[in-house]
Design a binder for this molecule. Structure first.
Ligand code: NAI
Length: 468
């Protein structure tokens, strides 16, 4: 069996960084080099101060501390790392296309293709190339053609090894994965490549959790997994509106259906809507692929998950406006949270961005406190929407380092991220310093509603009988 001695990972992002850190920690005999063209990001990965790593993930600092400098390296020299490696992971971003054919739907594969061409140009020995990025089904075929036709005559095996970690629990998920999926070519050399990668994971993952499939099943399973997960959120969110209209309580409904073992209790929490870099882009990608094959009903079915999610975010913003007597003009609306979920500093596609944008359209003053997200990031997120000028965004957004100053004098508080610390705040103190009536819009259903109401707050929760 091929013994892997050196691994290169192209892309030091939310997936490449933590995944390679764990692979290196568990395989001290393998040299793992994570490379990126983003010099600032690599410098942050190499920062002696572990609190300055470019990604916040619980437990990541400990893993990096153990492996970095021993057999884990972060570098900007992509060519050198490719040249030396037996196995190359491609873990670059695959965003939704913002131009041309498939705009707003298809995955933009330009970064993947650039990687393939760079590998082809540099490699002088046989390589196993691993797709770690989430890719449309049949991308491996395109990568293989580029490698074979523009390369130096060396041979390549392409594997699909999608990543199922969730941000916020990445280290826990990597340490103890439900499964590791490896798709490869159905040939002797293909199977040998699969086993080489399986042995890397085998250092800590039990064999029965390492699934071997053909490449296309593996590529499609990642898109399907994300589509199913997002679909559960949109399904319970659709029911949340029905609960508000009918007097049912979505938490009770979720509990009641979740106890059915065929349904299961996970991913049934109603909220202001899902965010993150993956769910929306991967569903759009799936929809686009289905359309490409002429499968319009399949495409429409999955697109509805996104339509529902957009509606849920809009509905939340509208509810804030109608509750605040139909105007938020110049009113202070305080946001607790900007990250797309707790325990991460990632804000990509966060519901907070869209809710803030809608409220700014109504001329509200948004004041935000998030324990991990920087002011610069929030402004970049708003500017990216292109709804108004950067100056206008800066006029309507104030970022606070202290939650109590963010909440002082607010007309309404909106909880956008489920950070645990929000539950522990001194809500009596907050109430005393707010405008009255004091409204709380709990977009994550994390606060103790009864306690808040006893203090005097008027509380809107997702999917409950609410203030009208
Ligand atoms: P990211 O944007 O955090 O990181 C990607 C990195 O690749 C960036 O730092 C970028 O500078 C670098 N890069 C791009 N082109 C390059 C090139 N030619 N050479 C060297 N570096 C290059 O993205 P993230 O979140 O790590 O996602 C990567 C892939 O993993 C995507 O396909 C995503 O769908 C998938 N994925 C992401 C998950 C997540 O939770 N973020 C979970 C599972 C899969």
């Amino acid at each position: 069996m091929t013994q892997i001695k050196k691994i290169c990972c192209i892309g030091a992002g939310y997936v490449g960084g933590p995944t390679m850190a764990v692979i290196a920690q568990k395989n001290p005999q393998i040299q793992v080099t994570v490379v990126d063209i983003n010099e600032e990001r690599i410098a942050a990965w190499n920062n002696a101060d572990l609190s300055k790593l470019p990604i916040y993930e619980p437990g990541l600092d400990t893993v990096v501390a153990e492996a970095r400098g021993r057999n884990l390296f972060f570098d900007t020299n992509v060519d050198k790392a490719i040249d030396e490696a037996d196995m190359i992971f491609i873990s670059v971003n695959t965003p939704t296309k913002t131009y041309g054919k498939g705009k707003g739907m298809a995955a933009d594969l330009k970064y993947i293709e650039l990687c393939a061409r760079q590998i082809a140009r540099v490699a002088k020995t046989d390589k196993i190339v691993v797709e770690k990025s989430t890719l449309p089904v049949r991308t491996a075929q395109a990568i293989k053609r580029i490698l074979d036709q523009t390369g130096n005559g060396v041979s390549y095996q392409i594997l699909s090894n999608p990543e199922f970690l969730a941000e916020g629990t990445a280290i826990q998920d990597l340490m103890n994965p439900d499964r590791v999926l490896i798709g490869g070519e159905e040939s002797d050399t293909g199977r040998e490549a699969i086993e080489a990668l399986a042995s890397v994971y085998g250092a800590w993952v039990p064999q029965e959790r390492i699934l071997r499939t053909n490449v296309w099943s593996s590529e499609l399973s990642k898109l399907t997994a994300n589509a199913f997960l997002a679909q559960r959120v949109s399904s319970i969110n659709a029911i949340s509106e029905l609960c508000e209209a009918s007097g049912a309580d979505v938490n009770e409904v979720a509990k009641a259906i979740g106890m059915d073992s065929r349904i299961g209790s996970k991913f049934l929490k109603a909220s202001v809507g899902f965010g993150g870099s993956c769910f929306q882009k991967d569903i759009f990608n799936l929809v686009y692929i289905a359309k490409t094959y002429g499968l319009d009903e399949v495409a429409d079915y999955w697109e509805q998950v996104i339509i529902m999610n957009d509606f849920q975010k809009r509905r939340f913003a509208e509810r804030i406006v109608t509750t605040l007597f139909n105007t938020v003009n110049d009113k202070k609306i305080a946001f607790l949270g900007w990250a797309f979920k707790k325990d991460t500093n990632d804000t990509r596609e966060s519901a907070a961005i869209y809710v803030a944008n809608d409220l700014m359209e109504e001329e509200a003053q948004i004041h935000v406190f998030d324990p991990k997200v920087t002011e610069q990031q929030m402004l970049t997120d708003l500017d990216y929407l292109n709804t108004r000028s950067s100056e206008a965004n800066r006029k309507h957004l104030t970022v606070h380092q202290d939650p109590y100053t963010a909440l002082e004098n607010a007309h309404g508080i909106a909880v956008l991220t489920e950070w645990d610390e929000f539950k522990t705040y001194d809500w009596q103190r907050i109430y005393n310093k707010m405008q009255k009536p004091a409204f709380v819009f709990d977009g994550r259903n994390i606060l103790d509603r009864k306690q808040l109401e006893q203090i005097g707050f008027e509380v809107y929760s997702i999917g409950a009988a609410n203030i009208k």
